[in-house]
Ligand binder design. Structure first.
Ligand SMILES: [Zn+2]
Length: 249
């Protein structure tokens, strides 16, 4: 299946946004997007010609099939070894449209010290709902570089939208590239706040009645100006694009 140039640019832009906002250690990490219902995805290539996440151009994005083989893309680039992490998430969960795997410092530090991500804030920032649902930690620290590890990791994730990976990083999924990007930003803030709270002392979770409130499905329409749901997600996407000096179109 031929990839839409606009979708290729969107994947490249999401890479640049995460790179410019320092969400991952050094140059590493990947944003992927499934192409329709085909067994192919878009993902940034690796190799001698590779660039770091913040410098990603559309020409750095490859089309890769679910055998982790390159279908289309630049000569000097190959599918990343962690293509297996991405493709197995798509194989196991047809509703997943985008996967992001990055190495945020605070997330890794929490897993190193065995500290749980707690629901420590509510209306202060996005991520409260994610924390209430719980964020599991995958206990292996190696790259997900083959089918066996990919299948194992996808089974571990199940239908969760976010997970930590001990001594390694995080993985999130989304219904679109924008959705996954906004989710990884929320997760990054959540782990940063947890890290700092653990440094300060003994974090307390939000009240039980508020935890119960966050367990209820999010209201589709709100009576006043706060845009939740899809509209809120897209507003956040535009905000992060602007913050990174990127066009959100
Ligand atoms: Zn990794």
């Amino acid at each position: 299946m031929n990839a839409d140039p606009a979708l290729i640019e969107l994947v490249a832009r999401a890479c640049r946004v995460l790179g410019k906002l320092d969400i991952t250690h050094a140059a590493f990490g990947h944003v992927s997007c499934r192409l329709g219902d085909s067994d192919t995805m878009l993902i940034k290539g690796k190799g001698p010609d590779e660039v770091g996440l913040r410098y990603t151009r559309a020409s750095d994005i490859l089309t890769v099939d679910f055998n982790a083989d390159k279908v289309a893309g630049a000569e000097g680039l190959q599918p990343p070894s962690e293509s297996y992490l991405h493709l197995w998430m798509y194989k196991k969960n047809p509703q997943v449209r985008s996967v992001i795997h990055v190495h945020p410092e605070y997330a890794v530090l929490l897993t190193v010290c065995g500290k749980e991500v707690l629901p420590i804030y509510g209306a202060y920032a996005p991520g409260a709902r994610m924390a209430v649902e719980g964020i599991p930690t995958f206990q292996r620290s190696i790259t997900i570089h083959d089918d066996q590890l990919g299948e194992q990791f996808a089974a571990f994730m199940g239908d969760k939208q976010a997970a930590l990976m001990r001594g390694h990083g995080v993985t999130v999924v989304g219904s679109s590239v924008e959705d996954a990007t906004v989710r990884v930003m929320a997760l990054n803030h959540l782990v940063s706040m947890n890290y700092k709270a653990h440094l300060l002392g003994s974090p307390q979770t939000i009240p039980d009645e508020d935890i119960a409130e966050y367990r209820r499905p999010e209201r589709a329409a709100r009576t006043r100006g706060s845009a939740g749901g899809e509209a809120g997600m897209l507003a956040s996407w535009k905000y992060y694009c602007s913050l990174a000096g990127e066009d959100s179109a």
